[in-house]
Design a protein around this ligand. Structure first.
Ligand code: XLF
Length: 329
């Protein structure tokens, strides 16, 4: 017998009413409330955390939606958020959306029905779906609605830095491998990169990847690039895609950085594990993760938080995929 049935039977009240009371989803007379509460106490009914959350409307669970958990950047970020949340007494409910609007919509419903205390929406593909949500939400990278805070790195400036670095290292025939159009962050990287190139009168070739990390997809994108070795500099929109590009080049016998220099974006842990190690633009993952969860908890606690864009500084991390000397032309 389920708990709810047991309570209903003992209290002599319909299951629907008990459910309405426990879930706070509709009218229950004062008399029935008292009866149900009495049975709850008699049965020593100890709801699990989730049920307690439904019961008290005050869960200590935070829904963390990530677009791609197999991307090292997002698994690093999830760990940082989890650690901070744990120290504040919260548990993370992890949802992997795969950048899929339908999956995100479903998770949003699940999180609401589980009465989570707050939601972190990373690289959201939805907008109006968030309109009537009465749970605090913060966004990472993609903007959702005007009343939702967005946190991100300074992607535009990061894109500029990536170009300036390749240029300083002597690259003149440059390719940018950009992210999908629905990623606001990588669109800004692309714009920053292009603007910096324009300022130096350099034409950039570019191609667009369909995903930020699904090996088969990245490899399919790369395999269509016959002339990739014609370039002397490549800026790839994130580190994990840069790793795939490096593998492809090395399989073709192209020397990195002697023949082509590569720069990624993220400074996630894989950059240092690659050979040669990856020059990249640092996103301050720790600061981003901590800011996201800190702001969300403030909102949960009803503290005053300014609704604006929170943008964290990016910086260049020089490693072995770009040459060590600055070339002067
Ligand atoms: O959404 C962007 C694309 O990929 C994100 O910041 C990342 O760089 C993480 O790898």
């Amino acid at each position: 017998m389920s708990n709810i049935r047991e309570i209903a039977k003992k209290a002599g009240i319909g299951i629907a009413t008990v459910s309405r009371y426990l879930n706070d989803t509709g009218y229950v007379s004062e008399e029935s409330r008292k009866k149900i509460q009495k049975v709850v106490e008699e049965l020593n009914y100890t709801p699990n955390a989730l049920a307690r959350a439904m019961f008290t409307k005050n869960s200590k669970i935070i829904g963390l939606m990530v677009p791609n958990i197999s991307n090292p950047f997002f698994n690093q970020m999830a760990s940082i958020i989890e650690e901070y949340a744990k120290n504040m007494g919260y548990t993370i409910f992890l949802c992997n959306t795969d950048d899929d609007k339908e999956k995100e919509k479903n998770y949003l419903e699940v999180l609401q029905s589980h009465r989570v205390a707050g939601i972190i929406a990373s690289r959201s593909q939805c907008k109006e779906e968030y309109t009537n949500i009465d749970i605090p939400v913060v966004a990472f990278e993609n903007h959702i609605l005007d009343n939702i805070i967005t946190i991100s790195s300074d992607n535009y400036n990061g894109g500029k830095m990536a170009f300036d670095h390749l240029y300083k290292k002597g690259c003149r025939k440059i390719l940018h491998i950009k992210g999908p159009k629905s990623f606001e962050a990588t669109e800004l990287r692309y714009e920053g990169f292009l603007d910096a190139a324009k300022a130096k009168n350099i034409e950039i070739d570019f191609i667009e990847f369909q995903s930020d990390f699904q090996v088969e997809m990245l490899e399919a994108d790369i395999n269509s690039m016959d002339n990739i070795s014609d370039y002397d500099g490549i800026f790839v929109f994130n580190d994990i895609a840069a790793a795939t590009v490096m593998r492809f080049l090395k399989k073709r016998g192209v020397e990195i950085p002697q023949e082509v220099q590569i720069i990624g974006f993220d400074n996630s842990f894989i950059g240092e594990l690659l050979y040669p190690s990856l020059t990249t633009i640092n996103q301050p993952i720790e600061e981003l993760g901590n800011t996201i969860i800190e702001l969300l908890i403030k909102l949960i606690n009803g503290e005053n938080v300014s609704i604006e864009d929170y943008i964290m500084e990016t910086k260049l991390i020089e490693r072995e995929t770009t040459i060590s000397a600055n070339l002067k032309y």
